[in-house]
Design a protein around this ligand. Structure first.
Ligand code: PLP
Length: 406
């Protein structure tokens, strides 16, 4: 039984007020709040179990190493990935995708080679590929969504040509909540012999993920959206792809031996993890993932689907509100503009006065906003602890905006 009030009590910040009003936190797409277990585990790690990992032979270093390394197994379980050795720790999705761009894609792409992308992508899954366009003449091939923001997987597959070396696609848009059928894309790409990178930043937060069912080659997640700390994250990389990758950052931990004239590298995944990592951050992410698995990702998905359906039905009554993207089965992320002159920043400021936290701007997805013909939207993104009463509060605050700006 999914008891949202009990769950809310796990998140200390949710009981605070903002601008004299109870906080209605609807900016989960940007970063989610942290449950007490994560906060406590991080405090405990610093108070009782902290030292640098991998290098020491002393008690605390071994303890910290065990706790930190155990998170690889937790991430693997969370993603239903077969082998923890295929999990590379990162600071988040942005680093994970940059790792793939630099370490896997750059050395195997020539001028004229193509990367297939969708217009739904976050800048984190665009800019690392622009680097390859700028530096080595790689061509970015864009696949447009439908007018409702849905992405037809067949269109992505059809865009794969003889020069395509990679498909990079999100599992869920952070602007519209569109869910992408990445498994079908991966099947089609595999038939054409092309690897697929899936940006799981949003997708992994809202429903169960199973790497074998998706069939991708790279799957990136970011801890702070998964109710864990910022600066934590991971990317799952298929073994065959890992073998093809050169190192990314150079430094301690990623090497085996360093001499004056040669260097040999550590085995993957540590080959891709240079320097002192976010030790406590990753430990915190592990606790957050355990927390999510404890609630059950299917239960979270069902709760959020109910919220999305309720919000969609309530938004329908507001003929001055435009929602960007209405693809069937979309997640509980709503980007909106108001008829009239109100800018998204003005709307979010009024909402904030009512205690409702949303995000305004381009959401790091300028090509998608361009597709919808808008320069900024106001985004309400729901999480596992939000309620229908909070949908009502959002709508009350939007009605006030309409009165003020119409
Ligand atoms: N991809 C998507 C779809 C996102 O929503 C985000 C964050 O908003 C990212 C990538 C980048 O994640 P991070 O900033 O944690 O690296």
């Amino acid at each position: 039984m999914y008891d949202v009030e009990t769950i809310r009590a796990d998140f200390p910040i949710l009981s605070r007020e903002v601008n004299g009003k109870p906080l209605v936190y609807l900016d989960n797409g940007a970063s989610a709040q942290k449950p007490r277990v994560v906060i406590d585990a991080m405090t405990h790690a610093y108070e009782k179990e902290y030292a640098n990992v991998h290098r020491g032979l002393h008690y605390l270093s071994n303890l910290a190493t065990d706790k930190y390394e155990a998170v690889r197994g937790i991430v693997a379980r969370f993603l239903n990935a077969p082998d923890p050795e295929e999990i590379v720790f990162t600071t988040g999705t942005t680093e994970g995708i940059n790792l793939v761009s630099y370490a896997w894609a750059a050395p195997r792409m020539q001028a004229g080679d193509e990367i297939v992308l969708s217009v739904l992508e976050h800048h984190a899954n665009i800019v690392p590929w622009h680097f390859l366009r700028e530096r080595q003449g790689v061509v970015l091939k864009w696949v447009e969504p439908e007018s409702d923001g849905a992405l037809d997987p067949q269109k992505v597959i059809d865009a794969i040509g003889p020069k395509t070396k990679l498909v990079a696609v999100t599992q869920m848009s952070n602007v519209t909540g569109t869910l992408v059928d990445v498994a079908t894309i991966c099947r089609g790409a595999k038939e054409k012999g092309v690897p697929v990178l899936v940006d799981g930043s949003q997708g992994s937060v809202h429903r169960p993920v199973s790497i074998p069912e998706i069939g991708c080659d790279f799957y990136a997640i970011t801890g702070h959206k998964l109710y864990g700390p910022s600066g934590s994250g991971a990317i799952w990389i298929a073994k065959e792809r890992m073998k093809e990758m050169r190192p990314f950052l150079g430094g301690g931990d990623m090497i085996r031996d360093v001499y004056r004239d040669t260097v040999t590298y550590n085995d993957p995944p540590m080959k891709f993890e240079a320097g002192t990592p976010g030790i406590v951050q990753q430990i915190g992410m592990g606790v957050a993932l355990e927390y999510l698995m404890g609630l059950g990702m299917e239960n979270i998905a069902a709760h959020e689907a109910e919220l999305a359906a309720y919000a969609t039905q309530r938004f329908k009554g507001l003929n001055w509100l435009n929602i960007q993207g209405s693809a069937p089965g979309k997640g509980a992320i709503f980007s909106m503009t108001l008829e009239g002159a109100a800018h998204a920043h003005d709307i979010s400021t009024v909402l904030d006065k009512k205690g409702v936290a949303v995000r305004a701007g381009t959401h790091c997805a300028m090509p998608l906003l361009d597709f919808f013909g808008v320069t900024a939207t106001c985004r309400a993104s729901f999480g596992l602890y939000n309620t229908k009463a909070e949908v009502d509060k959002l709508i009350e605050a939007l009605e006030l905006c309409h009165e003020l700006f119409a």
